[in-house]
Design a protein around this ligand. Structure first.
Ligand SMILES: Nc1ncnc2c1ncn2[C@@H]1O[C@H](COP(=O)(O)OP(=O)(O)O)[C@@H](O)[C@H]1O
Ligand SMILES: [Mg+2]
Length: 418
């Protein structure tokens, strides 16, 4: 190929710019590479997960309009790895001619939990009972009427359970509300849902309006942080699974979402579903798609914002389990490199995704996907995923396995054969 046409075709690649340099941007960059592209990133710090790997990084704050303008300059489309860009900045970018996906009118429903609850209720989507908290007395009265327990949430800025307080009685509701209001933090209160489990309906919608839904998954949270995902959600009735996926597609359409939409759901004890919250970007509940689906959520997000036809969302195995690698309370002396070495020696089937972050207790450092074997018991699959993730963070085998024991003590039959 002559030099000139090679240069031209390189220039023809679209440029997706993403606000936020976290692991979601890092993995979106990974997907962009496969499409012959490179993600442009607005990162707060050169050491951020995506800034480490993309050659096209703007360092700046997502609250700084100049920085947003710089990262959006000549980009095909501007998108997000978190929902914290001030809504007024987004409106200004659109007015300045930037293509923003999802558009600000859609994204606000992932930014503002009160706007989201109000809109979803108006659309007839099932949501927990809720109220805006304007005084501590409002919170107290709501908790009394809800039977004592409730949940207080900051309306903006929360993630991974930050900004979510489960209250056990009306007096506590009043005190928690009082504290937030005194700091000028807007909050809402909602009923504390007694649930069987949490689910997530992950869908994508392209700029053109094409929709696609992955199988509905079960998510497991600890202290408000997602720790495990089972895809598809086990023992979910076909009717509920279809209704949840349909709800996701309908909300994507009604809200005008462009990109990936995660609809976090509660499944109540009688099998009904309620919407917890929305995220309009790749989501922790979709990390399993990297190894367990024909199309990963990161590639799909790019397809959607670039208005390509969407990819096949079928699962590649009957079940895939994702386990998050969360920083151990005590950082192990063993290096991460050595931990990977041991993990690969023992579990060659584990698909490891690390984010390049420094270890800190409770921090999301990566995740592991385990694609189920035909006929495998779900408990065994979950155990393997949990064992792999725990090893990577703690350098400790949950089943007490010792690679240097020199005999077969403590090993399962399967491992002895391996
Ligand atoms: N109304 C509720 N009833 C019971 N548990 C809840 C309720 N709202 C939130 N939670 C729990 O707190 C977690 C975090 O709440 P969420 O609103 O999703 O905040 P975040 O933005 O931090 O993800 C949920 O995944 C769920 O486990
Ligand atoms: Mg959530």
């Amino acid at each position: 190929m002559p030099e000139s046409s090679r240069t031209r075709s390189a220039q023809a690649a679209p440029v997706v710019a993403m606000v936020g340099g976290g692991q979601l941007a890092r993995m979106t960059h990974q997907a962009a590479i496969a499409l012959g592209q490179s993600l442009r990133v607005l990162a707060a710090d050169a050491g951020d997960p995506a800034a480490q790997v993309s050659p096209d990084v703007v360092i700046g704050a997502h609250t700084d309009y100049d920085a947003l303008q710089r990262v959006a300059k000549d980009a095909t489309v501007l998108t997000f790895d978190h929902e914290h860009v001030p809504t007024e900045h987004l409106a200004k970018l659109v007015a300045d001619g930037v293509t923003v996906a999802p558009p600000p009118e859609a994204l606000v429903h992932a930014q503002d939990k009160l706007v989201m609850r109000t809109k979803l209720a108006a659309l007839g989507a099932p949501v927990p009972r809720f109220a805006e908290v304007t005084t501590a007395a409002v919170a107290h009265r709501f908790a009394v009427e809800a039977g004592g327990t409730a949940v207080i949430k900051t309306i903006r800025g929360g993630y991974d359970g930050r900004g979510v307080v489960l209250v056990d009685d009306p007096a506590q509701a009043r005190d928690v509300a009082q504290r937030y209001l005194a700091d000028g933090v807007p909050i809402l209160i909602e009923e504390r849902v007694v649930m069987r489990r949490e689910l997530s309906a992950l869908v994508a919608r392209s700029a053109f309006g094409q929709g696609a839904a992955w199988p509905v998954v079960q998510t497991v949270q600890r202290d408000g942080i997602c720790v495990e995902v089972i895809a598809p959600a086990p023992e979910l009735s076909e009717g509920t699974a279809a209704a949840a996926a349909q709800l996701g597609l309908r909300l994507a359409h009604e809200l005008g979402v462009v990109g990936v939409l995660a609809v976090e759901l509660f499944e109540t004890l009688d099998g009904a579903i309620l919407v917890n919250e929305l995220a309009m970007r790749p989501h922790n509940s979709g990390h399993w798609t990297m190894d367990g689906s024909v199309t990963s959520q990161f590639e799909q997000h790019l397809r959607a914002v670039l208005d390509y036809p969407l990819g096949d969302t079928a699962a590649l195995a009957p079940t895939t389990v994702m386990a998050n690698v969360l920083g151990a309370p005590q950082i192990p002396a063993m290096s991460v490199d050595e931990r990977i070495h041991h993990l690969f020696a023992r579990m060659p089937e584990a698909k490891v995704h690390l984010y390049g972050k420094a270890e800190r207790p409770g921090r999301k450092l990566g995740h592991v996907n385990l694609v189920g074997r035909p006929g495998e018991d779900l408990r065994d699959l979950r155990e393997r995923a949990e064992r792999a993730a725990h090893w990577l963070s703690h350098a400790e085998w949950t089943d007490g396995w010792d690679p240097h024991a020199g005999d077969d003590a403590g090993r399962t039959d399967e491992e002895k054969q391996a």
